[in-house]
Design a protein. Structure first.
Length: 237
């Protein structure tokens, strides 16, 4: 009996060790942010600081804030260019750092921001999987959202009853986005939703993390795609 117990313990330890190694390898395999130093450095009236939930881009705004959920397996700072530009133009931004770079593991993190900071208007946004997760979050907390912006993303829960603006943006060269699910997503939002297909844009250029596997080739620069995105958000606040 003792011998069997020792063998069982040894097997359990081995399984835990293998799972630990596999988890470590998985967590380390993600798209790293590139060329973002200037965007995570305070300047132009925006103070960029690390907070428990990720990064805070504190600009001149006193009443508007946007909470952003990153795409799956993408380093959160890859979205700093869009966040800083929005902050410069009057919308403070909270860029959320997700467990293991997966928004599904931190779906309610926006709650923490709302508990700690006081703004009259809160907007939600996200890229790819982060967009789908934040859309589902918005569906459960309609009183806590003044606008929803989905970048290369679509909702999977019913949002047709909501009254806040919903805007879906995607690049026409995006080869990662599931177009059939996007079409279904259009049926889950109010009839007055807006969609913006960015000519020349692709999936990865909503952030700054290089080429994404399976994506199409963009025919505009990342800076151009960021500007279109920022301008669209500002126009729909």
């Amino acid at each position: 009996m003792k011998k069997r117990t020792k063998i069982s313990i040894a097997i359990l330890v081995a399984v835990i060790a293998v799972l630990g190694i596999a988890t470590g390898i998985y967590a380390a395999d993600y798209y790293h942010a590139v060329d973002i130093d200037e965007y995570i450095t305070s300047s132009n009236g925006v103070t960029v600081s690390q907070i428990d939930e990720g990064y805070f881009f504190d600009g001149p705004s006193e009443d508007k804030a946007l909470i952003f959920y990153p795409g799956a397996k993408v380093e959160e700072t890859a979205y700093a260019p869009i966040m800083k530009s929005l902050a410069e133009q009057g919308v403070d931004c909270f860029l959320i750092k997700m467990p293991m770079k997966l928004a599904v593991l931190g779906a309610n993190k926006a709650d923490k921001i709302r508990e700690k900071y006081d703004y009259d208007n809160y907007y939600l946004a996200g890229h790819s999987l982060g967009g789908a997760v934040v859309a589902n979050y918005a569906a459960k907390r309609t009183n806590n959202c003044d606008g929803l912006f989905l970048l290369a993303a679509y909702p999977t829960k019913d949002l047709t009853f909501t009254r806040f603006p919903i805007v879906l943006l995607y690049g026409d060269n995006d080869k990662v986005l599931n177009r059939e699910k996007l079409k279904t997503g259009f049926t889950l939002v109010p009839s007055d939703y807006k969609k913006v297909e960015i000519t020349g844009g692709n999936h990865a250029q909503f952030g700054s993390y290089g080429v994404q596997d399976g994506d199409g080739t963009a025919t505009i620069t990342p800076e151009e795609q960021w500007k279109i995105t920022v301008d669209t958000i500002l126009e729909n606040l």
